[in-house]
Design a protein around this ligand. Structure first.
Ligand SMILES: O=C(CO)COP(=O)(O)O
Length: 215
């Protein structure tokens, strides 16, 4: 299982989380990634943890003020990027463009989506992974694997029907090792989470609990 921690714009200590995630991954052999703010990519990557961007633009080099260029994210040490997160939805053409931009820059891609139908559409764009996250469960602490297991199995089936090589992650409310085990039992090969680590009093303890459920 891949445990990917999205720090969003939470006021957490990104370096504390990054160092903890690097240690937990080293100690356990479980794949753990951290997706910080774009301005923190380089500092997070310097800790040695697998580092993901939260978004990259569909643009190539050029006159695109305010864009997050895929090449710049890769130069800063990112090895992957989320796209189309529920809090940063994109037009279909821009998701496609961002997947291509990320691939051009050598970044792994994970396209987020609300439900199995959108997961099928996202998988058709050829990312490395898709992540199903019901928006109504995000930040609630109620795990999608418990509250809405059908959305996870539906996403696994929808992605497989389009392209069996696309990994399927799930997210929303994931915060414990039991949640990670449940996600794995439903067919997900990774989890995407935020508040369970970013808002934890002890992020390292939260991460150790999470990876204890990884298979
Ligand atoms: O949006 C999410 C991860 O990208 C999920 O957020 P929570 O883990 O806070 O529910």
């Amino acid at each position: 299982m891949f445990v990917l921690v999205n720090l969003k714009a939470y006021p957490c200590d990104h370096l504390e989380v990054a160092r903890a995630a690097a240690d937990v991954a080293d100690d356990t052999g479980v794949r753990v990634g951290v997706a910080p703010q774009a301005a923190h990519l380089s500092a997070v990557a310097d800790t040695g943890v697998e580092t993901w961007a939260q978004h990259v633009s569909p643009n190539d080099y050029g006159s695109h003020t305010g864009s997050t260029l895929a090449e710049a994210a890769a130069d800063a040490g990112a090895t992957g990027t989320l796209l189309n997160h529920s809090e940063n939805r994109l037009k279909l053409a821009d998701i496609d463009g961002s997947v291509q931009a990320a691939e051009r820059a050598g970044l792994e891609t994970c396209v987020c989506a609300n439900n199995p139908a959108q997961i099928g559409a996202a998988a058709a764009l050829g990312p490395d992974a898709v992540a199903v996250e019901p928006p109504e469960l995000i930040g609630t602490g109620t795990p999608v694997s418990q509250a809405d297991p059908d959305v996870v199995t539906g996403a696994v089936d929808a992605a497989a029907a389009v392209d069996e090589s696309v990994d399927v992650y799930c997210g929303a409310g994931i915060s414990t090792g039991d949640d990670v085990t449940a996600a794995s039992d439903l067919g997900a090969t990774g989890v995407l989470l935020a508040s369970g680590v970013a808002k934890a009093d002890d992020p390292e303890a939260a991460l150790r609990d999470l990876v204890s459920g990884a298979k």
